[in-house]
Design a protein around this ligand. Sequence first.
Ligand SMILES: C[S@@+](CC[C@H](N)C(=O)[O-])C[C@H]1O[C@@H](n2cnc3c(N)ncnc32)[C@H](O)[C@@H]1O
Length: 270
Amino acid sequence: MAHQEASDYPAPPEYGEFKKKMEKLTGIDLNAYKYQIHRRTHMLMQRWGMKTYEEYYRTIETRPEKLREFLDYLTINVTEFFRNASKWWEIRDTIIPGMYKELGHQRLRLWSAGCSTGEEPYSLAILAIETKISTPQPVLAADIDTGVIAKAQEGIYRTQQIASAPKEWVPRYFTALGNDTVQVKKEVKDKVKFKHMNLIKDKFDSGIDIILCRNVVIYFGQETKNTLYRKFLEALRPGGYLVTGATEQIFNHREIGFESAGSFLYRRPK
Ligand SMILES: C[S@@+](CC[C@H](N)C(=O)[O-])C[C@H]1O[C@@H](n2cnc3c(N)ncnc32)[C@H](O)[C@@H]1O
């Protein structure tokens, strides 16, 4: 299947040059992604009637809205508060209380790796408040895309984005702005530190208790995924958890060093 798809979109030598220049411009190594990226690049070029990679690169380099479009198309920023809600209630009701018991304190560090426009780290911040995590700024949020980070820092959302939040949390954690939009309250914002980061290339902190990396690795090749999961293992404290997206089973988790702790939940052995 991969072979058939790849040969439908044969990559000419100029694509190699395009990838190199894009990495210089954005820090994103397109080689780390699967073949769909070439196909997606090709589709965007066709959409704009561009015949050469050189022409497309020059457009991206000089027109910020075209760079934005390329990144949007590449990374797909779709997200929402408390996405796949049952996992969130498991974190609140089982994982965090279990850690308190085990550690004998409530100082936890949580990380949303690939945080997009902020819904995931702010959901973590709300859980941190609800479960009384005592770390002053317990949530680290990182993304490669500076545009989504800027949007996250504003913290303004359509009400449909918070549809999975329990009703009583809406007035508690959000200010209604009218026009079907809300803004996360300062108390929630203050719990999150945003950081621009390329998960593939950059160094990670250590001693983290829970890492969420959900719906991020979808376009990464298997080698890139393995490297990333190994980095997550190192970043966790022994006994810490990695939560993946609702379709992102890590089949080789044992080989990487994780133990399975439930569905889409992996633990660094103690
Ligand atoms: C679909 S969103 C997922 C948001 C959230 N985790 C969720 O599950 O709702 C994927 C995010 O991963 C980010 N991303 C993709 N590749 C990345 C990389 N190499 N380093 C950091 N972030 C990356 C994208 O910019 C995008 O914001």
